[in-house]
Design a protein around this ligand. Structure first.
Ligand code: OSB
Ligand code: MG
Length: 361
């Protein structure tokens, strides 16, 4: 699917997204849907669309169909024997959650313990060709009512950029995301960001360095939020124990599924860590799952789950995700709450793989 506009970060540029929609069908013919959220390149995490397909087809589906499943929690348990590959796991596990919620005739967000049906959303804005262009894009996004604006930054595109944005928009909720573009030796630059009253700085340092993030957090007033660093429940414990961040961007796909999000959310509640739901520039199925997890109580900050129209001319769900006054209302329907638009799905499909239970026996 082609994006309306390319999305540029410190690690690269994305113009379209290739992904698999996972449809799981049970013995009664009820369907659940999930979406692989990796990109075609391994620049954000190590997974790609192709590794997702490989791992799902070769290892995860056989684990799912090996014997009957009575609750989606069993899926996460079975997947423990496959190391990492969280986005592959999340696509399948979340599809089973959707199916289970539909069987229970309950909205997924309620089934997993979510408490909010109305979700506050912000918007993430990629690097632009000029500061003027960025100011124009922010203006456009604010017209939709988004509750906070996230800017991408990188060395050379930071302090002066944020200064100008703050000058023009002195009162908006504003944050920055570096996607690991800085080193601890850039401390002088990062400290200058403290003057702009940012809600947080997301993932300033290396994706695997909890110690340096802890050291940086001690020297910054602005809260650090971790994104790429967090793949597991134990990563959350490490970050909290070391003081590597005050806030966590939770992406259901990055942590391996809905069960993992539930466990992380419980821990974050007990340890007073604020959460919000990030995005993978995903299509409608992934977005619907993101909204369901954003409904959990500890997701107290606006997430990146912007409207379908922020990304796509045509989404694959009906209705599309709409934002009004910076909020999304999750539909009162069972499962993810949105129907997969079969015509749209067909329109975008370039490959279809069917696996019957018997074919894996
Ligand atoms: O770092 O949160 C990120 C997009 C692609 C990869 C990583 C990130 C992002 C975003 C946009 O910031 C999130 C979205 O709007 O889906
Ligand atoms: Mg990020």
């Amino acid at each position: 699917m082609e994006y309306k506009y390319p999305f540029v970060t410190s690690f690269g540029r994305v113009e379209h997204k290739d992904f698999y929609i996972i449809e799981v069908i049970d013995e009664d013919g009820i369907s659940g849907f999930g979406e692989t959220e990796a990109f075609t390149t391994p620049w954000y995490t190590e997974e790609t669309t192709e590794t997702n397909r490989h791992v799902i087809e070769r290892f995860l589906v056989p684990l799912v169909v090996a014997s009957p499943i009575s609750h989606p929690e069993e899926v996460a348990e079975r997947f423990q024997k496959v190391r990492r590959n969280n986005m592959a796991k999340a696509a399948v596990e979340s599809a089973v959650w959707d199916l289970f919620a539909k069987k229970m005739n309950q909205p997924l967000y309620q089934l997993i313990g979510g408490t909010k049906q109305v979700i506050d959303v912000g918007v993430s804005i990629g690097l632009q060709t000029s500061t003027n262009q960025l100011l124009k894009v922010i203006d456009d996004k604010l017209a939709f009512g988004y509750k906070r604006v996230k800017l991408k930054v990188k060395p050379g595109n930071d302090v002066e950029l944020v200064r100008e944005v703050r000058r023009v928009f002195p009162a908006i909720d504003l944050m920055v995301d570096a996607n690991s573009a800085y080193k601890l030796s850039d401390l002088k630059i990062l400290k200058q960001l403290d003057q702009f009253n940012l809600q947080m700085i997301e993932q300033p340092l290396a994706n695997d360095d909890f110690v340096e993030h802890a050291s940086l957090q001690k020297q910054l007033q602005t809260p650090i939020c971790l994104d790429e660093s967090i793949h597991t429940y134990s990563d959350v414990k490490t970050a909290v124990a070391l003081g590597s961040c005050q806030i966590i961007n939770v992406k259901m796909s990055r942590v391996g599924g809905i069960q993992a999000v539930k466990e992380i959310e419980k821990y974050a509640t007990e340890h007073n860590v604020s959460l919000w739901c990030g995005g993978m520039l995903e299509a409608g199925v992934g977005r619907a799952h993101s909204l369901a997890v954003a409904s959990l109580g500890q997701f107290t900050l606006p997430g990146d789950t912007a409207a379908s129209e922020n990304y796509w001319h045509r989404d694959i769900i009906a209705p599309a995700v709409h934002v009004k006054n910076g909020q999304v209302q999750i539909p009162n329907k069972s499962g993810i709450g949105y129907e997969v638009d079969r015509d749209a799905l067909k329109h975008f499909t370039v490959e279809k793989i069917v696996i019957n239970k018997n074919s894996t026996d």
